[in-house]
Design a protein around this ligand. Structure first.
Ligand SMILES: Cc1cc2nc3c(=O)[nH]c(=O)nc-3n(C[C@H](O)[C@H](O)[C@H](O)COP(=O)(O)O)c2cc1C
Length: 169
């Protein structure tokens, strides 16, 4: 398989990014994602893919609720915060405004376009990301054009997909 053609085809989709937040055991987590899709019509469901290297994945494993925020072009700074820093090193929630939603899931005040959802299933197919399906319980929208991955060129992810979790290192 020609990986450069694969990469170009996928980049051509210019996916709208999202910021996923969650909480479990009194710990908050959140990261920027490009891997997101609606995956059912009735009932409406969405799927997200989290890197096994990420702090958000480890908290998400036992979380009941997930909030998926849809940043607009004006939300570059929030996308940078959640995409380039890791909860393994810093508390991202000390650097942004949030309020608590169901199960303590942090809701980003400055990013009101969002779906709050219950976690349904988790699929680990042995690759470096896991798929989590979500059952929406709230949706809020109406603000601005989606922030797309092409606007984030140059950002370096807080964790590369090949990083190992701190307790595994
Ligand atoms: C443009 C962009 C897209 C990303 N897409 C994903 C993604 O789909 N899934 C994921 O788990 N991480 C993705 N990341 C990486 C995480 O957002 C990043 O490693 C983050 O710092 C992890 O934070 P955490 O360790 O606190 O969870 C992406 C990063 C960038 C810059």
């Amino acid at each position: 398989m020609d990986e450069s053609i694969f990469d170009a085809l996928m980049a051509g989709r210019d996916t709208a990014v999202a910021i996923v937040t969650t909480a479990a055991g009194g710990r908050r987590a959140g990261c920027l994602i490009g891997f997101l899709s609606q995956c059912s019509i009735e009932p409406r469901r969405i799927a997200i893919w989290l890197s096994k290297a990420n702090h958000t994945y480890r908290i998400g494993l036992t979380a009941k609720y997930v909030a998926v925020h849809f940043p607009t072009a004006e939300d570059f700074a929030l996308a940078e915060l959640f995409g380039t820093l890791s909860g393994d090193d810093v508390d991202k929630f000390e650097r942004c405004r949030y309020e608590s939603g169901p199960g303590g899931v942090p809701l980003l005040v400055d990013c009101p376009n969002r779906i709050v959802a219950r976690r349904v299933a988790l699929l680990d197919d042995g690759s470096d990301h896991v798929c989590i399906t979500l059952d929406p319980i709230e949706a809020h929208g109406g603000r601005g054009d989606a922030l797309r991955i092409s606007a984030l060129e140059g950002l370096v992810a807080g964790h590369s997909a090949t990083d190992t979790a701190p307790d595994e290192a």
